[in-house]
Design a protein around this ligand. Structure first.
Ligand code: NAD
Length: 498
């Protein structure tokens, strides 16, 4: 069976722990490879390689580091078809969506190509008599990234693109469910001219994550995954003195005001709810129509769209979404659908019975729709992360805005309306980190920053944009003078700028 190995110090390294994880083909349900799970010692080897590489990488001038990013971008574009196929074969998302996954990561690499400009410091001439003050941003050292299964291209690139461009070296611990693409990215980074040890990939589970969190030579950890693990990573990493940003789960709401273009809003919601089988932290699994008339019309339109929706193999160009990532995840989603019925929500469309002829063991779930979901229900309060859309009816704008604002998660939210004033008020008041106005999936562009609020993110720094540059650098401020003439007396009071 194919074995997915670590990538350390510029070379493929077989696992020595004796522990392996299974990597499935979600279309067939079969195991297609096994992935080595790292021990503490293997993580320590990767950190040692990254530490050695960092001494010289930090001294490479920013323009040259940017050239590596330009070349990396060219190589990804050269190989995008095979990379997307690979991504789909382990994740299950359709190939066009895998290309989007890779493209959104590449946009962060494009941002990182501008790193010479982004790293420019500040300078004050004459802050005091003959005194100049300037500041510079320096790399932290060795940084680590721990990533989820659902964006194996984009999320690693969010992290290592900026970390490496700013002069750090990096250890990526990708999801053990779809680990092959991240290794390919590291190989391409070497081909692009990054020296060995600048980008390492260590596969693993909790053992590897803990080893990274505890290792004294790792200065910063970026995590994306579910909220309980995010909180754990944040607590353990910061307790070990590291800088940590940890993004968690989500339950994004799409409000539809009565004046919205309902045809467009429904199409937007369908794509955002069921695309990638709902396995996106910026999916839109909750729709909140305001008023009964809006709700009834949205429901009818959603039903009509579901009728034409095609679920299929991840490599079927006609399919709109493919299987979910694993049998365990499929069972979890099916469990939530059962719970929704028990809780008293109306199950309008049930995707549990869906099966594809010849692929009966594939991890498929059909589009599922609930109406009359109540905020007190567990299926509303928790993240399902599957192709399940819930309609929560609201009578008024106030009732509607309170739903995402009071929810435990605060990643993304969208409002559909033709009323600019209502949209503006909504954006200002809603207690959520990323807002879309007639935009169903408001993932910010690479030069802005990505991050949710409440239990969707732990730590202060967002991903990419200037927040990313700040996260992966520390500021040094220099106060300089060049005395001449008579020797001055010692000063025993704190110097001030009078
Ligand atoms: P997950 O939390 O199971 O895994 C994420 C990472 O943590 C993986 O690398 C995994 O190996 C590691 N991990 C798992 N269990 C661990 C443990 N007990 N201790 C230490 N490390 C552990 O998440 P997932 O299922 O891979 O991804 C889906 C989740 O990620 C969803 O909750 C989704 O909302 C979230 N997500 C959030 C964002 C965001 O930016 N907010 C983006 C994408 C995904």
């Amino acid at each position: 069976m194919r074995e997915i190995t670590h990538f350390i110090d510029g070379a493929s390294v077989a696992g020595t722990s004796g522990r392996y994880g299974e990597v499935f083909n979600p279309n067939t349900g079969e195991v297609q490879a096994r992935v080595a799970l790292a021990s503490d010692a293997e993580v320590a080897n990767a950190v040692a390689a990254a530490l050695r590489a960092q001494q010289t990488w930090a001294l490479v001038n920013p323009q040259r580091r940017a050239r590596v990013m330009f070349e990396f971008k060219r190589l990804i574009e050269r190989d995008v078809d095979s990379l997307a196929e690979l991504l789909s074969s382990e994740h299950g998302k359709v190939i066009a969506d895998s290309k989007g996954d890779i493209q959104r990561g590449l946009e962060v690499i494009e941002f990182a190509c501008g790193i010479p400009h982004l790293l420019k410091g500040e300078y004050t001439e004459g802050a005091g008599p003959g005194i100049d003050v300037y500041s510079m941003r320096q790399p932290l050292g060795v940084c680590a990234g721990i990533t989820p299964f659902n964006f194996p291209g984009m999320i690693p690139m969010w992290m290592f693109g900026i970390a490496i461009a700013t002069g750090n070296t990096f250890i990526l611990k990708p999801s053990e469910k779809d680990p092959t693409l991240p290794v390919k990215l590291a190989e391409l980074m070497m081909e692009a001219g990054a020296p060995s040890g600048v980008l390492n990939v260590v596969h693993g589970d909790k053992t590897a994550v803990d080893a990274l969190l505890d290792h004294p030579d790792i200065r910063a950890v970026s995590f994306v995954g579910s909220s309980d693990i995010a909180q754990y990573v944040y607590s353990r990493g910061t307790a070990a003195g590291k800088r940590v940003q940890a993004m968690g789960g989500a339950k994004n709401h799409g409000l539809i005001l009565p004046d919205a273009d309902l045809e467009q809003a429904t199409k937007d919601i369908i794509g955002a709810a069921y695309g990638s089988a709902g396995e996106r932290c910026m999916a839109l699994p909750v729709v909140v129509p305001v008023g009964k008339k809006t709700a009834d019309e949205v429901r009818e339109r959603v039903l009509a769209e579901i009728d034409t929706l095609k679920v299929g193999l991840s490599n079927d160009p006609a399919a709109q979404y493919g299987p979910v990532v694993s049998q365990a995840h499929k069972d979890k989603i099916a469990g939530y659908i059962g719970l929704g019925v028990e809780e008293g929500a109306e199950l309008v469309v049930d995707g549990r019975g869906f099966s594809l002829q010849g692929y009966e063991k594939g991890f498929f779930i059909g589009p599922t729709l609930f109406d009359h979901v109540k905020p007190t229900m567990r299926t509303y309060q928790e993240e399902i992360f599957g192709p399940v859309l819930q309609i929560v009816r609201a009578e008024t704008f106030e009732e509607a805005i309170a739903l995402p604002s009071n929810h435990q998660y605060g990643n993304g939210v969208a409002i559909f309306t033709r009323n600019g004033r209502a949209a503006r008020e909504f954006a200002a008041r809603v207690n959520v980190g990323m807002v879309g106005i007639n935009v169903p999936i408001p993932v910010p562009v690479a030069y802005h920053s990505f991050g949710g609020w409440k239990r969707s993110a732990f730590g202060d720094a967002n991903q990419h944009g200037m927040e990313g540059v700040r996260f992966y650098t520390k500021v040094k401020t220099i106060t300089a003078r060049w005395p001449e003439g008579a020797v001055e007396d010692s000063a025993f009071v704190i110097p001030t700028m009078r």
